[in-house]
Design a protein around this ligand. Structure first.
Ligand code: SAH
Ligand code: SF4
Length: 340
């Protein structure tokens, strides 16, 4: 069992049953989350007996870091990890100003299979366990020897289809005594699994939620995101509003601009009508082209026109400048590699 799947109190309970002091658990958490060691033997202030017990009963690191690629501008690094059962996942570190953001994967592959995305191309293999999500963060922090400031669930997989493990990982990484990545600095991006947005609302989490909207109408959306066609935009938006009310934060929408699919001024007008009465931010993402999928990025003029229209209507719009394109580390470019 990985020790990373334990919250502090749960580990305290487990160890106290074996006769170890509560204080040891705090020491173990310090070693893991503050000093970032990867073996129990390095935890030198624990008794030899406890270290032996931990070695026998728990594991601490299960991901193997196989490769790191660094973008030309050095601001993006892509990490390839091998899981214990031979699957590969990727995490991406994005450095900008004071922010050190990690984009984590939540599943191997993705069931949702949006027609524009590389992650779903080969289908779905399995959910990640909470400790495999946490290890991506620890592995990357260890590599740069610094703590990370922000976490986005925008790597491979649909986080809301792996809800329990994602929530558990969030609860552990946001613990204010250890990794201290506050929930306000954690963003979960979702294709919009309505019933699980509702479930997330029932839990006492304050993470940001971003909806991958990508279309101003149900008709266009169902063509590019067929798996989620049963969820209507008006219902998704109502559910998100409820979530935003609960977290007291604006809701955010991601909108990939894909040539001739959703990039016309007509679409911009419809998008404005859809969102004009909602306090929200819209993040425009020029499409990252993926081999074989056939979609294209609009030219810069078209992107500019789309954005300008929304700005002229006083919408809160930003454009995501693609980072790490040269190492295929941008949104939607993370693809599952086959087992070795
Ligand atoms: N499954 C979740 C989170 C992972 S995808 C979701 O879909 O929201 C993270 C973001 O990358 C999503 O907004 C997704 O739509 C976007 N994306 C996928 N493929 C892309 C591509 N080829 N170019 C640009 N963005 C892409
Ligand atoms: Fe899955 Fe998100 Fe890619 Fe859609 S965009 S296939 S939901 S990872």
């Amino acid at each position: 069992m990985s020790i990373l799947s334990y919250k502090l109190d749960d580990l305290k309970d487990a160890l106290s049953k074996e006769g170890y002091k509560a204080f040891s658990t705090s020491q173990i958490f310090e070693w893991i989350y503050k000093k970032r060691v990867f073996t129990f033997d390095e935890m030198t202030n624990l008794s030899k007996d406890l270290r032996n017990f931990l070695n026998k009963n728990y594991s601490l690191s299960s991901l193997k870091l196989k490769k790191i690629e660094v973008s030309k501008d050095k601001e993006t690094k892509k990490y390839l990890f091998e899981l214990e059962d031979g699957y590969f996942i990727e995490a991406v570190l994005i450095l900008s100003d004071e922010r050190k953001t990690i984009c984590v994967s939540s599943q191997v592959g993705c069931k949702v299979k949006c027609t524009f995305c590389a992650s779903g191309k080969k289908g779905f293999f399995r959910n990640l366990l909470s400790f495999e999500i946490i290890e991506q963060i620890l592995g990357v922090a260890n590599n740069i020897n610094e703590n990370l400031t922000h976490v986005v669930f925008m790597g491979m997989g649909e986080p809301l289809l792996n809800l329990e493990e994602v929530i558990k990982a969030i609860e552990i990484i946001s613990d204010d005594k250890y990794l201290k990545i506050s929930q306000r600095r954690i963003t979960v991006s979702t294709s919009g699994i309505l019933e699980n947005i509702e479930k997330l609302k029932e839990r006492d989490l304050k993470v940001n939620l971003a909806l991958s909207l990508h279309a101003p109408t149900d008709e266009i959306r169902k063509k590019i995101m067929p798996y989620v066609k049963k969820y209507k935009l008006k219902d998704l938006i109502a559910s998100l509003k409820g979530y935003g009310f609960h977290t007291k934060r604006d809701i955010s929408f991601e909108y990939i601009l894909i040539k001739d699919i959703n990039d016309s001024i007509e679409c911009a007008k419809k998008l404005h009508l859809l969102l004009k009465d909602i306090q929200c931010s819209i993040n425009l993402i020029p499409y990252n082209e993926i081999d074989d999928l056939g979609y294209k990025r609009p030219d810069n003029n078209k992107i500019f026109e789309f954005k300008s229209f929304l700005l002229s209507r006083k919408m809160n719009v930003s454009q995501r400048y693609t980072k790490g394109k040269d190492i295929a580390a941008s949104c939607g470019q993370l693809a599952i590699k086959q087992r070795l």
